[in-house]
Design a protein around this ligand. Structure first.
Ligand code: B12
Length: 136
């Protein structure tokens, strides 16, 4: 299964990004890592080019929300990506907020799975379970 990943926006926190690539590889995914400082449209372009099943976006500096608001618009522009599973995780706000509040907000932006301050392995276990249930 193919996963495009990277860190959205003007965000240079690279450590989690490298860990995500290594962990996804170890779990048998084919990974296309766009690295840090990646704009939302670049993620969608890469998903088209690679034929990805999953787009896994990180935000660590908390500025993802501005980008997330454009997800629905881009989804409607890239019609071939109807089955693409959209995942976002990391620090999804600047400052502090409860996951109970943030998760529904990001789902409303168009994400299928949202992980606010969830440790990577727990998140990847949940993603694998979700993919299995969807039989992707
Ligand atoms: C190292 C660091 C830096 C380094 C980054 C070096 C580099 N190139 O990577 C430097 C010093 C450059 C830096 C800069 C900044 N930083 Co900084 N940084 C950190 C720090 C101390 C550690 C981050 C790290 O590498 N952690 C180790 C990795 C492994 O953990 P992680 O990033 O938390 O990721 C885990 C999870 O989030 C999860 N995860 C991540 N993505 C995803 C995705 C999915 C799907 C899932 C399931 C899980 C998941 O997986 C990881 C492992 O469990 C954190 C504070 C902290 N203690 O966490 C602040 C922190 C992330 N930084 C912060 C800030 C604000 C900044 C700056 C904006 C500061 C400034 N005013 O200039 C700039 C950002 C500039 C930019 N353009 O992005 C804030 C973000 C606050 C927020 N979100 O509200 C933090 C939290 C510090 C704080 N408490 O205020 N930073």
């Amino acid at each position: 299964m193919k996963v495009v990943t990277g860190v959205v926006g003007n965000d240079i926190h690279v450590v989690a990004n490298r860990l995500i690539e290594l962990s996804l590889n170890a779990r048998g995914f084919e990974v296309f890592n766009l690295g840090v400082n990646t704009y939302l449209e670049e993620f969608f372009d890469a998903a088209v080019e690679t034929g990805a099943d999953v787009l896994l976006i990180s935000s660590l500096n908390g500025e993802a929300e501005g980008w997330a608001r454009e997800v629905k618009l881009l989804k409607s522009k890239y019609k071939t990506l109807d089955n693409l599973i959209l995942v976002i995780g990391g620090n999804l706000v600047v400052g502090t907020a409860l996951a109970e509040e943030i998760v529904p907000r990001y789902k409303n932006y168009g994400f299928d799975l949202v992980f606010h301050q969830v440790d990577l392995n727990t998140g990847l276990d949940t993603i694998e379970k979700y993919l299995k249930e969807r039989k992707v």
